[in-house]
Design a protein around this ligand. Structure first.
Ligand code: DGJ
Length: 540
């Protein structure tokens, strides 16, 4: 009996140690850091790859009275990270006088809930406008002007050409980063977003006299490097004014350059005092049709101007897409466009509906460092626990599966071992190449021998290749089978073992071995709830 009690105590201690190792609650932790290898990326937290399973609060929910609803949502969705704004207007109520009380509240509550934070610096730009500038700046429109439209009309978007505003933002942002350095040695905060969806709606660029002079001047040498011009599909040997070098794209490109330079300056000021990873999020344009710049937010890091942003704002670690397009061809194209050797993939905002959950698999398989549906809290609607849980059910079940194995997923993803498919609008069957095997994935809710088609395209699957014949299969609303190909072509085969279970502290815990009806009739089936199957195949 005493031996038994001792064993229970040891196991209990191991669990506590494992939780503490993942969540460093006290004392200093190492700086979160983004690393790159062979064009893939990982976010290292306490020196190991970490996958942000996040949720973003509504814009006005970072106030103490609103936070209980935010934490209920985070809990309901099993998220490990909360993305939450901090507001320049609240933080610097008078020039040079800073109030970090909301930051303190977030840090304290994040630690109590054992949830990391990504702070969103709502400052000069929030969705293209200046609405989070402090009152004392809003009252001085001449000193902190907005841009001017093509016909001289006022535009609700701050000028990126105003030194005074840029200096003020940089000073406040450096103060925030300096405060975090002191108040957050345990790195509750993993990353900071600089501004929010910057750029301008309602005008492609600034047409004020000052901006017009810049537009008629020479393009800066930094943008004339052949690799940048090539990436922008422009001739590499042209010099001259914006119009001469960039033609029809000149208006958008100068605005992108000016906004990125400003934000790059703010970011560099913060990074100099505290080198946390920094990113900027983008209000996207249609990723396929190359639309005109006056149809989307101009000047932000849309896919077509990523090279300009990279040149103008080197202190920014990554440019991140906010995905509110659920169509699979477009959403997957966006993921592709923002996953580049020079740009770690991170999706800081995405719709919270069921049709968006499938893209979590795409982000993980692409080596993405995180995923975060927007607007998770009830925004003051007074929803109860049950309503909140129902609203977030789809992503919650994915996070419940992925959370306990997030370190493994992040590592496999960094190593390029994960492949995926998501159900497309035509519900077509898809294949995944796995060297001497091909996985064939059909979508639908499983009956015993047949699939019932999904009414909406929400099925998904991922495969982690652990060895030649050894795989982890994860999915919902689909059905897997395998075909021997390449070196295995034409061979007879069977499942050696299909183990269903979950990962806990790095160890696979078996729930059951699937066999008989659960693997015959064409292979393992996945229903509504994501399931993890450790699967070994054999040829004979
Ligand atoms: C994108 C913005 O980045 C968010 O802050 C929020 O305004 C959402 N749009 C609302 O859909």
């Amino acid at each position: 009996m005493i031996k038994m009690m001792r064993m229970v105590a040891v196991v209990f201690l191991l669990v506590i140690l494992a939780v503490e190792a993942t969540w460093c609650q006290t004392g200093e932790a190492t700086m979160p850091q983004i690393v790159e290898k062979d064009g893939r990326h990982a976010l290292l937290v306490n020196e190991k790859p970490f996958l942000i399973l996040g949720g973003q609060a509504h814009n006005s929910s970072a106030w103490p009275g609103m936070l209980p609803q935010v934490w209920s949502a985070i809990e309901a969705m099993h998220a490990n990270t909360l993305e939450v704004p901090i507001y320049w207007e609240q933080l610097e109520p008078q020039p040079g006088k800073f109030d970090f009380s909301l930051v303190d509240t977030l840090l304290n509550q994040g630690r109590v809930h054992k949830v990391h934070l990504v702070l969103l610096w709502f400052a000069t730009w929030k969705n293209g406008s200046n609405h989070y500038m402090p009152e004392w700046m809003k009252r001085e429109a001449a000193k902190y002007p907005n841009i001017t439209g093509r016909n001289g009309q006022p535009v609700d978007s701050p000028s990126p050409h105003t030194q005074a505003a840029m200096e003020a933002d940089a000073k406040a942002f450096a103060a925030v980063m300096g405060y975090l350095k002191k108040a957050d040695p345990q790195h509750t905060v993993l990353m900071v977003q600089v501004e929010n969806e910057p750029g301008a709606w309602g005008s492609v660029r600034d047409y004020s006299a000052n901006a017009q002079k810049l537009f008629e001047g020479a393009v800066p040498a930094e943008l004339l490097k052949p690799e940048i011009l090539k990436a922008l599909n422009k001739p590499v040997d042209v010099k001259g004014t914006w119009q001469e070098v960039f033609g029809d794209d000149a208006d958008e490109y100068i605005h992108a350059w000016s906004v990125a330079r400003y934000i790059g300056y703010v970011a560099a000021a913060g990074k100099a005092v505290n080198p946390l990873p920094l990113y900027v999020n983008a209000a996207l344009r249609d990723p396929i049709t190359n639309p005109k710049a006056n149809t989307y937010e101009s000047g932000g890091p849309t896919d077509n101007v990523i090279p300009i942003w990279k040149a103008a704002a080197p202190a920014i670690d990554l440019l991140a897409p906010d995905i509110y397009i659920s169509n699979s061809e477009k959403a997957l194209k966006i993921i592709d466009l923002y996953c580049r050797p020079d740009n770690p993939l991170f999706v800081p905002e995405i719709g919270s509906g069921e049709e968006y959950s499938r893209y979590l698999y795409a982000v993980i398989a692409h080596g993405g460092i995180g995923f975060s549906p927007f607007g998770i809290d009830d925004n003051g609607q007074g929803q109860g626990k049950a309503e909140t849980e129902a609203r977030l059910a789809s992503i919650a079940q994915e996070y419940a599966m992925a959370g306990p194995m997030m370190r493994e997923l992040a590592k496999w993803s960094f190593e390029g071992k994960i492949k995926y498919v998501v159900e497309t609008e035509d519900h077509a069957e898809q294949t995944i190449d796995l060297d001497s095997w091909q996985a064939i994935v059909k979508f639908g809710a499983s009956g015993w021998r047949e699939n019932k088609p999904n009414s909406r395209p929400i099925g998904k699957a991922m495969v982690v290749q652990l060895g030649e014949n050894e795989f982890v299969l994860i999915g919902t609303l689909c059905h897997f089978t395998f075909k021997p190909v390449g070196a295995n072509e034409g061979k007879a085969w069977q499942y050696l073992k299909v183990e269903e279970g979950h990962y806990e502290n790095g160890i696979f815990k078996l729930l059951r071995i699937r066999n008989g009806d659960e693997t015959d009739w064409g292979g393992p089936r996945f229903n509504n709830m994501p399931v993890v199957l450790h699967t070994t195949l054999i040829t004979r």
